[in-house]
Design a protein around this ligand. Structure first.
Ligand code: M6R
Length: 610
C-alpha cells in the first residue's frame, strides 16, 4: 500500500508534494521520492527511509517547477533501497513514473522489453511500466499510458510525466486507489483523501481502467475504450483525520474492512485461472524433491501469527499427512527444540521484526534447517534472514490488533499446503482445482460477512457488560477461538479464555455461571454433534451462548441465545470466514466500553525486544 501524490498548477509543485507525502505517512513506507518538471528536465530525487531524509536530500536543490509527483514506497517487489524507490525512469531520462500496486506479469514483460533493447536497473515490477510507456511513446503520453496498461495484468495506480509534455500529468488505475482533487487553475492527485482535503473538497475518484489527463486548468477522464467520460466530481466533507481512516473511526475497523482486498492481493499471481492452478514455484524455489523430502513442519511465531500457525497445523496435518508442531517463538528459542532431519521451519511474522521470532529463525538456521518466512514486510529482518519468503500483501497494518495480516497469513498457509500437496502428488487434479477455487472465492465470502456488520453491535453490547468471557471450539474452531479471545482481551480488556470445547468438563465448566458470555464456534460440520453437546453443557449451567456456524446448521438455532451464520464451505476453509465476526465482535465490544482501540494499553505494534 504505497502512497502517491501529484500536483500541476500555478504554484510550485514541490511544497504540495512533500506536504502530501507527510499526510500519507500513516500508510507505511520504506522509501520516498519526488519528480518535478524543472526548466532543465524532469528531475528525480529519492531516498531510502524517512520523508525527512528526502527533504534533507532535496535541501537547497531547487526543484522549481509547476508539475510533479511523489511517492512513498511500501516494498512488494524488491527490497527497500534508493534504486527501488519511486519515481522510476525508463531508458531515457525523459520519462518518470510512480506506481502503487503489483504488476503480475512483470517478469514476462521485462524479458520482452529487454529483448527490445530496454535496460533495467531496479528489482521492481514498476520499472516495467515505465519502460512499457516509453516503448509505446509516439509523442503523446496519454496514448502510450493507455496502450501500456492494456498489456499488464495485476493492480496499478500510476502517475506518469514526460519531459516534452510539461503541461500535463497522466494517471491510470486498476484495483488500487487514485483520486484527483480539483482546484482553481491547479489540480492535485493522491492515493487517498488525506493529502487532498486541506486543498480541495471537490474530488474525482478514478474507477478501474480509467485514465486521466490532468493539466492546470482541466481534468479529462477516459474509460478503457479511451472515450472521454462526463464525470461529476464528488464533494467530500470528511475531516482530515477521518480521511486517513477512509471515514472509519478506527484503523482497526478500516483494516477489518480491507480484508477482501488484502486476500485478493495476496492470491494475485499465485492462484491462477480462477484458482484452478496454484503456483508458488518461483517464490519458494524448492525443487519437487525437496518438497517431497520434508518429514516434519515446525511453525514458530508469536501472538496472532502463532494462532495462524495453529490453523496451519490442522490444515497441513489433514491435507499433507505430515506431523506439524507449532510453538510460540519465546518458548522455542530457549527449549532446545527437537528438529529432526528434513524439518521445514516456517516462521510467521506480520512485521518481520519480532525479536523472539527472529531469534527462533536464527536458531533454526544455525541448526541447518530449511526456513520459510511468511511476512508482510519486504525488507524486514525476517524476510532478509529467512532465505525463502512467501509475502502476504495485506499492506501496512496500523492498528495494534492484527486483523488483515492474520487473514492473509492464513491464506498463505492454505496456498502453501495445497501447493505442497500438488508437488507431493497427494491430491488428484480435480481435488486441487476444487480447493483452489474455494480459496479464490474467499474474498467474496468475506465481503458477504462484512456486509452483515450490523448484526454484531447487539452481541457486543451484551458482552461489553461482563469482565470474563469464554471462547470454545473443536478442531480448527479451537485455533480460531484462541484468536477471537486474544482480540477481545487486547482491545476491550475483558478477560477472555479459549478452550477446546471437549476440554471444558475437565475443569473450566466450574466457571460457567448464570449469564456468562460464551462464544461457541461450531463451524466444523464433521464434529457438529460434539460441538452441540458442549453447547448444551454450557446452556444447562446458565451460560449465554453466541454461536458461529455454517448456514445449514439449523439444529443449533434453538439451543443458543444468538447465532451468526457463515457462508457454507468445506470445513477446512471456515477459519478464514469464522474469524471475521470475532474481529468485529472484539471491535464493537471495545467501542461499547470506550477503549482506545488502535493503541491498547501496554502494547505496541512491533515487539522488537525480548
Ligand atoms: O509482527 P508479528 O506478527 O511478529 O507480531 C506478533 C504479535 O506481536 C502480534 O500478532 C500481536 O499478538 C498482535 N497485537 C495481536 O493482535
Amino acid at each position: 500500500m504505497s502512497g502517491i501524490v501529484g500536483y500541476i498548477g500555478k504554484m510550485q509543485a514541490y511544497p504540495f508534494l512533500i506536504e502530501g507525502l507527510y499526510k500519507l505517512e500513516y500508510r507505511g513506507y520504506d522509501s520516498a521520492g519526488v519528480a518535478v518538471q524543472c526548466p532543465d528536465g524532469l528531475k528525480i530525487i529519492k531516498t531510502k527511509g524517512e520523508i525527512s531524509n528526502l527533504e534533507e536530500k532535496v535541501g537547497k536543490n531547487l526543484l522549481a517547477g509547476n508539475a510533479g509527483f511523489g511517492h512513498l514506497r511500501w516494498a512488494t517487489h524488491g527490497k527497500p533501497s534508493e534504486i527501488n524507490a519511486h519515481p522510476h525512469r525508463a531508458c531515457s531520462d525523459d520519462f518518470a513514473l510512480v506506481h502503487n500496486g503489483i504488476i503480475e506479469n512483470y517478469l514476462q514483460l521485462r524479458q520482452w522489453l529487454e529483448s527490445e533493447g530496454h535496460r533495467f536497473i531496479s528489482e521492481t515490477d514498476t520499472e516495467v511500466l515505465a519502460h512499457l510507456i516509453e516503448h509505446y511513446y509516439r509523442g503523446d503520453l496519454l496514448e502510450s499510458v493507455q496502450e501500456a496498461i492494456k498489456k499488464v495484468t495485476g493492480s496499478f495506480a500510476l502517475v506518469a510525466g514526460v519531459r516534452g509534455e510539461k503541461d500535463r500529468l497522466i494517471c491510470a488505475r486498476k484495483d488500487a486507489p487514485l483520486m484527483i482533487g480539483l482546484g482553481e487553475n491547479e489540480n492535485y492527485i493522491s492515493s487517498d483523501f488525506a493529502a487532498l482535503l486541506p486543498h480541495t473538497r471537490k474530488i474525482h475518484i478514478l474507477e478501474d481502467m480509467e485514465t486521466a489527463l490532468i493539466t492546470a486548468s482541466a481534468v479529462k477522464i477516459f474509460n478503457s475504450d479511451c472515450t472521454v467520460l462526463q464525470k461529476k466530481a464528488q464533494q467530500i466533507n470528511w475531516d482530515v483525520t477521518s480521511a486517513e481512516k477512509s471515514g472509519y473511526e478506527h484503523f482497526m475497523l478500516k483494516e477489518i474492512m480491507e480484508q477482501p482486498q488484502a486476500l485478493r492481493d495476496t492470491m494475485r499471481g499465485r492462484l491462477l485461472d480462477g484458482g484452478k492452478k496454484i503456483d508458488l514455484s518461483s517464490e519458494l524455489n524448492f525443487t519437487t524433491q525437496e518438497i517431497k523430502d520434508f518429514a516434519k513442519v515446525f511453525i514458530v511465531a508469536c501472538g496472532t501469527a502463532y494462532h495462524a500457525g495453529l490453523v496451519g497445523k490442522y490444515l497441513m496435518e489433514k491435507i499433507l499427512r505430515l506431523p506439524v508442531e507449532v510453538d510460540v517463538a519465546s518458548e522455542f528459542r530457549y527449549r532446545d527444540p527437537l528438529l529432526c532431519e528434513n524439518t521445514l521451519v516456517i516462521v510467521i511474522s506480520q512485521s518481520g521484526e519480532t525479536a523472539d521470532t527472529l531469534a527462533a529463525l536464527r536458531l533454526a538456521r544455525e541448526r541447518g534447517h530449511k526456513i520459510l518466512a511468511i511476512t508482510n514486510v519486504v525488507g524486514s529482518s525476517v524476510a532478509r534472514e529467512a532465505g525463502r519468503v512467501l509475502f502476504t500483501y495485506a499492506g501496512p497494518e496500523i492498528a495494534v490488533a492484527s486483523t488483515k495480516a492474520y487473514l492473509t497469513q492464513l491464506l498463505a498457509l492454505y496456498m502453501l499446503t495445497y501447493y505442497f500437496a500438488q508437488e507431493r502428488n497427494l491430491l488428484e487434479q480435480k481435488q486441487l482445482e476444487k480447493a483452489g477455487e474455494s480459496l479464490f472465492n474467499l474474498p467474496a465470502q468475506v465481503e458477504t460477512i462484512l456486509d452483515r456488520e450490523k448484526e454484531i453491535p447487539k452481541m457486543a453490547d451484551y458482552l461489553s457488560r461482563w469482565e470474563n468471557a469464554y471462547f470454545i471450539g473443536r478442531n480448527m474452531d479451537f485455533a480460531v477461538a484462541l484468536e477471537g479471545a486474544l482480540k477481545l482481551k487486547e482491545i476491550s480488556y475483558i478477560h477472555a479464555e479459549a478452550y477446546a470445547a471437549g476440554e471444558l468438563k475437565h475443569g473450566t465448566l466450574a466457571l460457567v455461571v448464570e449469564g456468562i458470555p460464551v462464544m461457541a464456534l461450531a463451524t466444523q460440520n464433521a464434529v457438529l454433534d460434539k460441538s452441540l453437546s458442549n453447547i448444551k453443557e454450557i446452556k444447562a449451567r446458565g451460560g449465554y451462548v453466541h454461536c458461529f456456524a455454517q448456514e445449514g446448521s439449523e439444529a443449533l438455532q434453538n439451543e443458543v441465545d444468538s447465532i451468526f451464520y457463515l457462508p457454507p464451505a468445506e470445513d477446512v476453509f471456515l477459519p478464514v470466514l469464522a474469524v471475521i465476526p470475532l474481529q468485529l465482535l472484539a471491535y464493537y465490544t471495545a467501542v461499547a466500553r470506550g477503549c482506545p482501540i488502535d493503541n491498547p494499553r501496554n502494547l505496541t505494534k512491533s515487539i522488537t525486544v525480548e
